[in-house]
Design a protein around this ligand. Structure first.
Ligand code: SIN
Length: 287
């Protein structure tokens, strides 16, 4: 049976229609889904009223799941394969530690030596309006660079830092950032990355990057800012408006994404994400 796909935007993303991700799925049917993932970088499945176990089981078909050792504070207490992203207060009334998770352009786990291949984010509760997620296509962004710029970045490695999440100036937040930096010391990855499965080149950057390896922050900043601005130009971006029980799957190796905080914070936004391990990449550097 052929998959029914509906394009979500010009640069990337398709909706996979009429699929229940929790239903038994043959290898060949999953193969078509996986091919669509490689071809379109972002997949949307609507109306997936599934259990956590089913979310984990479907995610496992994309590869081995990360137990989120790099984010112990955001991990679901009973399911280490699930990361919680929410603005809902904790049981003791204190603010959610993940309330600012994803609020800048990034690719998941790039602060580690095994950046994520895929992420599968499921929406449980969403605000009436806003709280969208944006995705940008890094193949198109790389292809649109001049030959001179491609040559320049082909030789560069970018240093990705943990603990760069937006913070309120509370001690808890500062302590959280320091702990994140302790768990994941900085790592360097190629700025022009070859996707391990498609063989295509893409920009691999985002706002966890503070400098290029071998250069100071001051020297690096203008080019990092330019590349991140270029990479997230509207013509490379799809903006997703969530409904409850959506699942979005994205390929972290060739996309950036950003969660928007433009919603009424008295309303609940509660999401859970699985993260599929990617192949080892990069090397450790000193801070
Ligand atoms: C994430 O960066 O994984 C979270 C994205 C979102 O909450 O929309």
């Amino acid at each position: 049976m052929d998959l029914k796909l509906r394009r979500l935007s010009y640069p990337l993303g398709v909706e996979v229609c009429d699929i229940d991700v929790a239903a038994p799925m043959s290898e060949s049917q999953f193969g078509q889904i996986y091919q669509a993932f490689l071809d379109h970088c972002v997949l949307l499945f609507r109306g997936q009223d599934i259990t956590r176990e089913q979310h984990i089981a479907f995610s496992s078909r994309f590869g081995a799941l990360d137990p989120h050792d790099a984010f112990p504070s955001d991990r679901h207490p009973d399911y280490p394969q699930l990361m919680v992203v929410t603005n809902e207060a904790q049981a003791d009334g204190s603010p959610s530690v993940s309330r600012y998770a994803g609020r800048r352009w990034h690719t998941d786990m790039s602060q580690t030596l095994r950046p994520a291949a895929a992420s599968l984010l499921r929406s449980w509760r969403v605000p009436e309006v806003g709280g969208d997620t944006m995705f940008a296509n890094m193949y198109l962004a790389y292809d649109a660079l001049s030959d001179g710029m491609k040559k320049l970045i082909d030789g560069l490695h970018a240093v990705h830092f943990s603990g760069t999440r937006k913070l309120d100036a509370t001690q808890t937040d500062q302590a959280h950032a320091s702990e994140q930096q302790r768990i994941s010391p900085p790592v360097a990855h190629p700025v022009a990355r070859v996707h391990p499965e498609t063989g295509r080149k893409c920009i691999f950057l985002g706002e966890k990057v503070k400098r290029f390896d071998g250069m100071t922050e001051e020297e690096s900043k203008p080019l990092i800012d330019y590349l991140n601005r270029h990479a997230t130009r509207p013509e490379f971006v799809f903006r997703h408006q969530w409904r409850p029980n959506d699942i979005i799957v994205w390929d972290n190796r060739c996309t950036l994404h950003e969660a928007l905080g433009d919603f009424d914070q008295t309303q609940n936004r509660y999401m859970e994400r699985t993260t599929v391990f990617g192949t080892p990449l990069g090397y450790a550097v000193s801070a």
